[in-house]
Design a protein around this ligand. Structure first.
Ligand SMILES: CC(=O)SCCNC(=O)CCNC(=O)[C@H](O)C(C)(C)COP(=O)(O)OP(=O)(O)OC[C@H]1O[C@@H](n2cnc3c(N)ncnc32)[C@H](O)[C@@H]1OP(=O)(O)O
Length: 716
């Protein structure tokens, strides 16, 4: 949700992207230095504002009056670049605060990235930014480029073709200086316009999510890209992604640092299954982020998005001048979830009328060596295939020779005449391919030589399109939670200490408060009470030891199924107590839980785990022994929307079991979706719940609901 606070926070970035005046503290006369570069490029590329170099050693610099200190500038300064060595940085920042500067970019390195002393100075930077409201980019950063006003508040851009100054396309945020520069150069060479480019540096104040939010709201940014290692504030990142989604701006992220060796010690299965990489991956799925894993993929997607051609479905047509390449492409399409569609009869007959008998008109279409003997054949075939209403996108693969633009020109014309994506796979000798790709780039026609990244990119964009469309269309609504749920759970958790563990009976009371169906049950402290409880509940019953010290009851011989008579219940009661004492002599035993024995259903797990960055997460998976054996689970961060919950079920390998396998009836997915959302609501209202396992949640056949058969909760 875009709140007034969020709007104010984003507005506070305006001086960094749209300043009317810039001062450079440490402006050097040497343009080769980071401290000398901005002055040159701000003037060279026509920054639309006033520029004030600050350096006590000069009267003028590059034809501009140079000021001994910031205070000597007789004008308001919106943005200040600090480019003096680390030991002088705090002094310069204080000057900025005294002058009332609202945005600061600190190029300087030598802070948290190098030493504890550096980290201590960085903390002072953060503290000054927070206390004054001055927004700081960096330190240890490459700065900001903004096309609209030719803002060159950076030291990494030396050459800037005019095309890049067209403020219409890509906003890029990089947590790596060097990688960011590489992306800038590649995109520049492709000839696409940037709206903004930010190297975030050490993020002492502004972090990745601030820039993401700014670009999500910015009218001049159509697509957002980023190199991300990690975010500090999960909810801020989610908010920024929500904004991008609301404005239907694709967010393409390269996420690195995904596999830290940080095994979490956790008491519940849910806790053990949730790790940082899984949480990022969940966030990306939940917010429609297009995850990019290579530079090739990134370039391919940018070339498709640049001309606004996103696949509107997953049906792909392939045309190749080699049967082998066609088959390889078809395999890749299947691998990435694209459907190599059956072409319409009309399409096939039109192709047959053009192609020799030995060619194939089925998808993949093999036009064979006729491509060499029949001029214009490629274009004719491609036109026919792309106009087939069954086709959402097309990949065309052909051999290319040095100096021969014939096929390329044909395909450029085809691409110009359709609003569906057309991707060229050119292969041949290195020099010829290089030349062909350069030519296609100059015409802004999507082309590459590496088939995996082409197919993966197309599939990812088709998924993105589906994601946005499904969100737009969804009419699913979240279930109502009882109005007194919060109050009841607050009372139940009231006096419990940090780290408290709630065994089954207590945990289920929390679930009941939030409307999650649980077994009928009673806690008995004697064999007689147990027999009375069984009578009231109805035979057969299940009996379980109830102790916060024995969370995994089966391991302790603490579960007895199918007790059918009062005698069985009484003797069972004693056996469970004996087993529990033998397992853990000092366990705090609350009694024996006598509960209804549920009819058969599918065993699932639904749980909560806390993540240090994103807060509570909800997990759903195939339950019982499959939790450990298969780790078949889907994860989302809280709050989980109805469509998210539905997609979690679709993501499970076990979804076919839920759909009804081998004569089994389909399971009640609607009931599961409801449970997931109620659990999400519980997690949202009570972030002190560190872990929850409902395991198993028994899911019955369609229309018959689901019921929590067992549960544990661990507080933070
Ligand atoms: C993660 C990444 O990779 S992203 C990139 C991260 N950032 C970097 O890589 C930058 C690394 N470099 C640094 O941190 C350096 O300390 C820099 C670039 C900030 C400064 O380095 P230098 O330019 O060598 O510092 P130097 O001491 O020469 O000071 C710069 C200028 O300030 C001037 N200066 C000195 N005192 C003052 C003062 N009180 N006020 C203003 N200017 C002053 C100097 O005269 C000098 O100008 P000159 O070159 O014309 O003489």
């Amino acid at each position: 949700m875009i709140t007034a606070d969020l709007k104010n926070e984003l507005n506070s970035l305006t001086p960094l992207f749209q300043p009317n005046s810039i001062a450079i503290i440490g402006a050097s006369q040497n343009p080769a230095k980071p401290s000398g570069q901005p002055l040159v490029s701000l003037t060279r590329y026509g920054f639309k504002g006033r520029v004030y170099p600050v350096n006590p050693n000069y009267d003028t610099l590059h034809g501009l009056p140079c000021y001994p200190t910031l205070q000597d500038i007789p004008d308001q300064v919106d943005l200040c670049i600090i480019a003096v060595p680390a030991h002088m940085t705090m002094g310069a920042l204080k000057e900025c605060a005294d002058k009332g500067v609202r945005g600061v970019i600190i190029f300087t390195s030598g802070f948290a990235e190098v030493s504890a002393d550096g980290a201590a100075i960085q903390q002072q930077i953060t503290a000054l930014a927070r206390s004054t409201g001055m927004r700081v980019c960096g330190p240890n950063c490459m700065g900001i480029f903004s096309a609209r006003n030719a803002l060159m508040a950076n030291f990494f851009i030396t050459e800037l073709p005019t095309k890049v100054l067209v403020p219409d396309y890509l906003g890029f945020i990089s947590q790596s200086g060097g990688f960011g520069v590489a992306i800038f150069q590649i995109v520049k060479e492709k000839g696409y316009g940037f709206s903004h480019f930010v190297g975030t540096g050490n993020e002492a104040d502004l972090e990745f999510s601030h820039y993401l939010g700014y670009m999500a709201a910015d009218a001049h940014t159509r697509v957002i890209g980023g190199y991300l290692e990690g975010v500090k504030d999960g909810p801020k990142f989610l908010n920024a992604l929500d904004m991008a989604l609301a404005n239907e701006k694709p967010v393409l992220l390269m996420k690195a640092g995904s596999y830290p060796a940080s095994a979490r010690a956790a008491a519940s299965h849910t806790g053990a299954m949730v790790g940082s990489e899984k949480v990022y991956s969940a966030v990306f799925k939940q917010k429609g982020v297009v995850r990019v894993e290579s530079l090739e993929e990134f370039q391919n997607m940018l070339s498709l998005l640049h001309n606004g051609k996103i696949p509107r479905g997953k049906r792909v047509a392939i045309i190749a001048s080699s049967g082998g390449i066609g088959v390889m492409l078809a395999d890749k399409c299947a691998h990435y979830g694209l459907e190599v569609v059956t072409l319409q009869d009309k399409t096939r007959s039109a192709l047959a009328a053009l192609l020799p008998d030995f060619a194939s008109t089925a998808n993949p279409v093999d036009i064979t060596s006729a491509i060499m003997t029949q001029p214009g054949l490629l274009e004719q075939c491609a036109q026919i295939v792309i106009n087939d209403p069954q086709v959402d996108m097309m990949i065309v693969a052909y051999w290319t020779e040095l100096g021969d633009k014939g096929n390329l020109d044909q395909m450029i014309r085809v691409a110009q005449q359709t609003n569906k994506p057309v991707f060229n796979l050119t292969w041949g000798p290195d020099k010829a391919v290089f030349e062909a790709l350069q030519y296609m780039n100059s015409q802004l026609a999507p082309a590459a030589r590496e088939l995996d990244s082409i197919v993966k990119g197309l599939a990812a964009l088709a998924d993105y399109h589906n994601f946005v469309r499904s969100r737009r269309k969804s009419k699913l609504v979240a279930p109502e939670v009882p109005s007194d749920a919060r109050e009841k759970v607050a009372a139940l958790l009231g006096n419990l200490p940090r780290g408290a563990k709630l065994s089954e009976h207590s945990a289920k009371q929390l679930l009941q408060a939030y409307g999650i169906p649980t077994t009928r049950e009673q806690l008995a402290t004697t064999g007689e009470e147990a027999a009375d409880a069984a009578e009231a509940i109805g035979y057969p019953v299940v009996m379980k030891i109830e102790s916060p010290d024995i969370l995994h009851k089966t391991d302790a011989g603490g579960v007895l199924l199918n007790a059918n008579t009062p005698d069985e219940v009484r003797s069972g009661f004693n056996r469970l107590l004996d087993n529990a004492r033998a397992y853990k002599a000092d366990a705090d035993i609350k009694g024996v839980l006598v509960q209804q024995m549920l009819p058969a259903g599918i065993e699932m797990i639904v749980g909560i785990a806390r993540d240090s960055v994103f807060g509570s997460t909800v997990l759903v998976g195939m339950g019982g022994i499959f939790v450990e054996a298969l780790k078949d689970a889907a994860l989302r961060v809280v709050p989980v929307a109805p469509l998210d919950a539905m997609e979690m079920l679709e993501e499970l390998k076990g979804r076919r079991v839920l759909d009804g396998l081998r004569g089994m009836p389909p399971s009640d997915k609607i009931a599961m979706v409801e449970v997931i959302q109620r659990v999400s609501r519980l997690a949202q209202d009570f972030p002190q719940i560190a872990e929850l396992d409902i395991n198993p949640l028994i899911v019955f056949s369609e229309g018959r609901g689901a019921c929590a058969a067992d549960a544990i909760i661990v507080l933070e």
